[in-house]
Design a protein. Structure first.
Length: 90
C-alpha cells in the first residue's frame, strides 16, 4: 500500500514536471522570436557589437537560464520515472 502511494505521488510529480517543461519550452520559443524581432528593429545581429540591443542581450540571458532549468527538470523527470519503476516492482 505504501509503495502504491509513493508510485501515485511520483506520477503526479512527473505530470507536473512535464507540464512545466512544456510551458518553459514555449517561453523559450517566444523569447527567441522576441530576440529576433529586437535584432531586426535595431539592425544589429552581432552580440559582440557594442551597439547590440540591451533588451536582446537580456532576453538571451533569460532564455539561457530557462534552457538550464529545462535540462534540470528533464534530469529530475528521468530520475522520477526510473525510481517509480523501482517502487512499482517492490
Amino acid at each position: 500500500m505504501n509503495n502504491l502511494r509513493h508510485s501515485e505521488t511520483a506520477l503526479k510529480h512527473a505530470a507536473v514536471i512535464r507540464s512545466m517543461i512544456d510551458d518553459l519550452e514555449r517561453t523559450i520559443l517566444i523569447l527567441h522570436i522576441d530576440i529576433c524581432t529586437e535584432e531586426e528593429r535595431v539592425r544589429v545581429f552581432d552580440k559582440a557589437d557594442p551597439l547590440y540591443s540591451i533588451l536582446a542581450r537580456s532576453l538571451g540571458a533569460r532564455s539561457e537560464n530557462l534552457k538550464t532549468t529545462v535540462a534540470d527538470l528533464k534530469r529530475r523527470l528521468t530520475w522520477l520515472t526510473a525510481n517509480e519503476s523501482l517502487l512499482a516492482a517492490a
